[in-house]
Design a protein around this ligand. Structure first.
Ligand SMILES: [Zn+2]
Ligand SMILES: [Zn+2]
Length: 120
């Protein structure tokens, strides 16, 4: 059977594209008797869309670089009365600690506070 190149119109972007004799042969050999309804680039785009896992943005690890800088609030540390910078608005119903004291509170449980200083 002889095949001749055809010009088809993409149903997605309305661009015309060639349905070559080689492709027609390939389609026929696969048992497809319909012709492609989308241009190669739209077909590829649809394929890429389907192969991408949902939620994937295509790049990883860039979220910190693009994240807006958090506003910091300056208040007084409830432990050492020093300057404490916190990423939230202090409401006054909870003690706010500076980063040093916060670390001591969180990680220093059971550890004598005098051990800090000599640690490094
Ligand atoms: Zn198209
Ligand atoms: Zn403090």
């Amino acid at each position: 059977m002889q095949y001749a190149d055809k010009t088809l119109t993409c149903r997605d972007c309305n661009a015309t594209f060639a349905f070559t004799s080689g492709e027609q042969e390939f389609y026929a050999s696969r048992g497809f008797d319909n012709q492609p309804s989308r241009c190669p680039s739209c077909r590829m785009a649809r394929k890429a869309e389907r192969s991408n896992s949902p939620g994937s943005t295509g790049y990883a690890g860039g979220s910190y670089a693009t994240a807006p800088r958090r506003e910091m609030f300056v208040t007084t540390c409830a432990s050492c009365n020093g300057e404490a910078r916190v990423p939230f608005q202090p409401r006054g119903d909870k003690p706010v600690f500076c980063s040093d004291c916060f670390e001591t509170q969180r990680g220093g449980a059971g550890r004598p506070s005098s051990a800090r200083g000599t640690f490094r």
